[in-house]
Design a binder for this molecule. Sequence first.
Ligand SMILES: NC(=O)CC[C@H](N)C(=O)O
Length: 232
Amino acid sequence: MKSAVVVFPGSNREHDAARALRLATGQEAAIVWHGDTSLPSGTDIVVLPGGFSYGDYLRCGAIAGRSPIMDAVKAHADRGGLVLGICNGFQILCEAGLLPGVLMRNKEKRFVCKVTNLKVERNDTPFTRAYDRGQVLAIPCAHGEGNYQADAETLARLEGEGLVAFRYCAPDGSIDAGWNHNGSLNAIAGIYSPKLNVLGMMPHPENHVDPAVGPTDGLALFKSLSMVLENA
Ligand SMILES: NC(=O)CC[C@H](N)C(=O)O
């Protein structure tokens, strides 16, 4: 499995993402600069990592979404290639038009850094097959602008087509506004593209992958990707 992690000026989670990919797949990810115009040949999965690309100026991800590498990322996604955007990476995917909607400021207008509970909506996707449907994961969040918003038509389409990947939930899996720390519509923490090959999510699965430093609920996401590609 060949993976590539894109680095933008201000990215700060690229090594965490590369490490998670290495732990799950046993292979090194290529590190790709945002100013490049192509991905390494044979790339199976592209990861847009978290961080503060371009200092979060204009809107988080707005400038990075127009970087030279994004045409190659779009072409990869159009061919059915896998793309994972985590936190700032999710913001970049929305700003680049690979996913619908926008990430607004958290409802309390504060940066939130804490472990959240995430409900796995479906486990028949390339990103979630190593999870159970309805499983509740403990995954950290660290963002100021994670409040997912979309117009009513887009929201209805996401819900109707099963494109919500994860929701913020209570520890027992119930959807309760008290656990939706950033105010996202329908407690949405992550969404898929219509072909399920692009996933954007605000929480950081790459930070819960190593038993030496804590819980490992994020590892199965990266394992899912390697399972898909082994079976391809
Ligand atoms: N951890 C991150 O990727 C942060 C995302 C973004 N800069 C925000 O604060 O919303």
